[in-house]
Design a protein around this ligand. Structure first.
Ligand SMILES: *Cc1c(COP(=O)(O)O)cnc(C)c1O
Length: 220
């Protein structure tokens, strides 16, 4: 068994049924993604549009690609034709831009609302109060080429489990509170990374995003 295959098995063994595993392959070469693919993994996450586009071209077409990084509006065009989901929808401006690019491709693109719950100001995402106001006002009705599938977020970077759990509980609460505004497709709660995903799962994550535990440390 290859190391990546081994790591994948180990991670999968810790996930309850119904929790999807997004293998975060950013900064790792296509050959390593291929190894994970050969071990049965089909769901991958990347955070840079050009890198994602290059890997899409090199790899099997039944891979589901999720964009998880901050997205600049002028780069949506690289991924709009094929991306399965954009998890980092964090502003109205970005919603409008994704909608426009999706329309050009004749697609409806699934998106998650990235919500800021961590203590660091550097992390991106909607301020929940602003998001709620926008949603309540029917703001997304103007964008028929995006479909809102749920919520994504990151916990504070700390060893203090109480803080991390609090962040995940808040994300779960945001998802519950927003659900009535969306249809049945609003089913995804994406939270938890290598260091904190067991807590995220306890708090109700339906998808975890795991990079280094599968692929090893990233070289930037
Ligand atoms: C890089 C990244 C991950 C994966 O992080 P690991 O610590 O390597 O598991 C998950 N989510 C987002 C948004 C990321 O940028």
């Amino acid at each position: 068994m290859s190391l990546i295959e081994d790591n994948l098995h180990n991670v999968r063994a810790t996930l309850p049924e119904g929790v999807r595993l997004l293998a975060v392959s950013k900064f790792h070469p296509a050959e390593m993604i291929r190894e994970a693919y050969d071990a049965g993994q089909r769901l991958f996450g990347e955070n840079r549009p050009q890198e994602l586009k290059e890997k899409y071209a090199l790899l099997p077409k039944d891979i589901e690609w999720h964009m998880i990084g901050h997205l600049q509006t002028n780069k949506i065009k690289y991924i709009a034709p094929f991306v399965t989901m954009i998890e980092s929808l964090d502003s109205e401006r970005l919603a409008a831009a994704i909608d426009k690019e999706a329309a050009k491709c004749g697609r409806v693109i699934d998106c998650l609302l990235e919500i800021h719950v961590a203590q660091e100001q550097t992390k991106s995402g909607w301020d929940y109060a602003e998001l709620e106001e926008f949603v309540r006002g029917g703001g997304f009705a103007a964008y028929p080429n995006i479909r809102i599938r749920g919520v994504m977020g990151m916990a504070t970077f700390t060893d203090d489990e109480t803080v991390v759990r609090g962040d995940f509980m808040r994300l779960a609460e945001c998802k519950r509170a927003l659900a009535p505004y969306f249809g049945e497709a609003f089913d995804t709660l994406s939270m938890g990374m290598s260091e904190d995903y067991p807590i995220a799962v306890e708090c109700g994550a339906t998808e975890v995003r795991i990079g280094s535990t599968i692929f090893g440390p990233r070289v930037y």
